[in-house]
Design a protein. Structure first.
Lengths: 424, 150
């Protein structure tokens, strides 16, 4: 029996299931590698969009791209939970291997599993709790999740390198029956075939065991029986992954909503039929937003500073756009917005073409009280200072008297209760 | 099978992975005002410890006891259903507990996650029992076939 690290170690405890083998681990590992790569790519993308460095710019089109990338991030993350737990169950005997360490290289290899396993579990737990809006910690979730993802991705690259040869060998067409990840203790060794047929009943038809107990193997074809067990186990893991993903998908994929057990939102449910991320009361803007003296101020690098009342804004050409609110927490919903094109306001103020705009809320604090609209987004005909939602006056929780709505922007950048546009 | 991947795999993996890990660790520390690195590290290590020392041993004990009570054709599906149920309950828990609810925002956490999770668990066991029934039916059909040849 050979692995990347030499002969399979032994375990002091009996793990009777023969699913603790290289091929089961490799199959789940490939799925996890793909899934975590998808989450990492979409997560880094979301991070770049929310705090773009100089070299990065996020285009306004296609308008619904962010709801897809971020919906994919969250739903894939949920699907990874059962796959990760299944993989850790399959490889658990290795954790208890005896002797625990065989030399310095082996010690390093095992130590590298702490950021891999702990990091992966942390990403899944913290992401889930963020969607549940529960923060039993003092750190700021997005940043910590983001940096921990880099640590985990690095540990995953190390792990892929270490296991690459085994994965290739064990998943190759016509490969030998896979080795167990640990040899059972000598006195508990399970025979490969035949001798445990008494526990199998009269006949064993098809895949028999996906649990912790030994299966009754079909006496003549142990390899086929093991392959059948493995297929059944992987099928059960895939089905569970699909179920958990379905549980989370209903906030963004509307047709799954009736079947969704724990999605944070339900499409259509909220003020004016649209969910709200932060209420006006929670943001502390009720009085400022209702103030009859409210004016939208357009200032900064402009020829003339504007102070526009709601009536004056309504006198501009009104434009309608159907655009989604796409939250970083994975829910999204489209709505019809009516209001003034941002570029018309900039033209009225005499801003130079190609200017960036900081959109500031009436909120006095908070990390999301302002957002930046770059030149490409500001020039888009669908980027609006919206005054109406689905034909009604904008509700207080949706940003009355005026909010920003633009194509392909994360929800936290669709600034509500806008008070000031600062051109630069 | 060539042995070369066994040699270059770890080298390539470490060449890519170690700098990436170092970048992440640097970021956690450099952004420490917001990431609180010591607490973040406790969560990372704690997640592994809770899984390895509590979650999985508990499941193994329950699974081991259950597997003794369940005859062979049903054992696999029952074990799978047990694992799937545990995962569904664990994922649903923070939603069902509604720790994150905001009284000013009724559009948040709008689902009855406990009822939803119960329905999922019920569906899991219905599927598991259907698989068991199919196996029993197949094996009894096989026995009858074999008996008639005697």
């Amino acid at each position: 029996v050979s692995t990347a690290t030499g002969p399979a170690p032994t375990s002091p405890i009996a793990f009777p299931s023969r699913l603790h083998d290289e091929r089961t681990a490799a199959s789940l590992g490939v799925a996890l590698g793909v899934g975590f790569a998808v989450c990492f790519a979409t997560g880094v993308l979301s991070h770049l969009i929310q705090g773009p460095p100089g070299w990065f710019s996020w285009p306004p089109r296609p308008a619904g791209l962010y709801r897809i990338t971020q919906g994919t991030h969250v739903v894939t993350g949920f699907a990874l939970i059962p796959v990760t737990l299944a993989k850790l169950w399959v490889t658990y005997p290795r954790l208890l291997q005896w002797p625990p360490v065989r030399g310095a290289a082996h010690a390093l290899e095992r130590l590298a599993l702490v950021p891999l396993v702990g990091g992966a579990l942390f990403l899944l737990v913290s992401g889930t709790l963020n969607v549940a809006r529960w923060y039993p910690w003092s750190f700021f979730f997005p940043r910590t999740h983001y940096w921990a993802a880099w640590v985990t991705a690095g540990a995953l690259a190390v792990h892929v390198g270490v296991t690459w040869a085994v994965v290739r060998r064990t998943l190759a067409r016509g490969a030998e029956p896979p080795a167990l990840l640990v040899e059972p203790p000598a006195h508990r060794a399970e025979p490969e075939a035949g001798a445990d047929a008494s526990s199998a009943g009269p006949v064993s038809a098809g895949p028999v065991s996906v649990g912790a107990a030994p299966a009754g193997a079909a006496p003549a074809r142990p390899a086929a029986a093991r392959a059948g067990e493995r297929r059944a186990f992987l099928g059960a893991v895939a089905a569970t992954a699909g179920l958990v993903a379905l549980g989370a998908a209903g906030g963004t994929v509307a047709w799954t909503s009736p079947l969704s057990a724990f999605a944070q939102r339900r499409p259509g449910q909220g003020p004016q039929g649209l969910p709200v991320n932060k209420s006006a009361v929670a943001a502390g803007v009720v009085d400022a937003a209702r103030d009859l003296g409210w004016r939208l101020v357009v200032e900064g690098d402009v020829e003339r500073t504007l102070h526009l009342s709601l009536a004056e804004l309504r006198a501009f050409d009104q434009h309608e756009a159907t655009l989604p609110i796409a939250c970083v927490e994975g829910w999204s919903q489209s709505a019809r917005w009516q209001g003034v094109r941002l570029r018309d306001l900039l033209a009225r103020a005499g801003a130079r073409p190609g200017a960036d705009v900081a959109v500031e809320s009436l909120q006095e604090g908070g990390l999301y009280r302002a957002s930046t609209v770059d030149a490409a987004q500001a020039g888009d005909p669908d980027t609006l200072i919206a005054l109406r939602l689905d034909g009604e006056e904008l509700g207080l929780d949706h940003g009355y008297p005026a909010r920003l709505i633009g194509p392909n922007r994360p929800g936290v950048q669709q600034t509500k209760w806008v008070g000031r546009l600062v051109v630069s | 099978v060539s042995v070369r991947p066994e040699r270059w795999g770890p080298v390539v993996g470490a060449a890519i992975g170690v700098p990436v890990m170092a970048f992440g660790a640097w970021g956690l520390v450099a952004d420490g005002d917001r990431t609180h690195p010591a607490e973040a590290a406790r969560w990372v290590v704690g997640a592994a410890v809770v899984h390895d020392a509590l979650w999985l041993p508990a499941l193994l004990v329950v699974g081991g006891l259950l597997s003794r009570a369940v005859p062979s054709p049903a054992r696999g599906p029952v074990m799978a259903a047990l694992g799937a149920s545990a995962v569904v309950v664990a994922v649903a828990w923070p939603f069902a507990a509604r720790y994150g609810a905001d009284p000013t925002n009724p559009s948040l956490l709008v689902r009855d996650a406990a009822a939803g999770a119960a329905a999922y668990v019920a569906a899991v066991w219905v599927v598991a029992l259907a698989v068991v029934a199919r196996r029993l039916w197949r094996s009894s059909a096989y026995s009858r076939g074999r008996g008639s040849r005697r």
